[in-house]
Design a protein around this ligand. Structure first.
Ligand SMILES: [Zn+2]
Length: 112
């Protein structure tokens, strides 16, 4: 394999895992920077920017990491849940348990 291969936007599962990371991080009252620090302390160095990218599933132009199994396990350890929790379907079909910042979900009432 040569050169940079173009990859598709995250898969449905990796996007869901990212959304779950964000939801659990917010619930734990952690900032993305704190989560990045905890990940790094655990031996999985990651920047705050890449945490945010993984959470939102936004594909960066700077070759940011995709959600890997290693990252998933480290996120789960920091957030103190089992890895399967990060793979679970969100309970709310409308906001994926993740309303936008500053908005409340009309379906489940969760606040972003
Ligand atoms: Zn909702």
């Amino acid at each position: 394999m040569t050169g940079h291969q173009k990859t598709p936007e995250g898969t449905a599962v990796s996007r869901r895992a990212g959304a779950n990371v964000r939801r659990l991080r917010r619930r734990a009252g952690m900032t993305a920077a704190q989560l990045a620090q905890e990940m790094t302390a655990l031996g999985m160095p990651i920047s705050t920017q890449n945490v945010t990218r993984l959470e939102t599933g936004v594909s960066g132009s700077g070759g940011h990491p995709a959600m890997s199994v290693d990252l998933l396990i480290a996120f789960a350890a920091v957030l103190q849940v089992g890895p399967e929790v990060l793979l679970a379907e969100p309970a709310c079909w409308q906001c994926s348990d993740l309303p936008p910042e500053g908005f409340a979900c009309r379906a489940c009432g969760a606040e972003g």
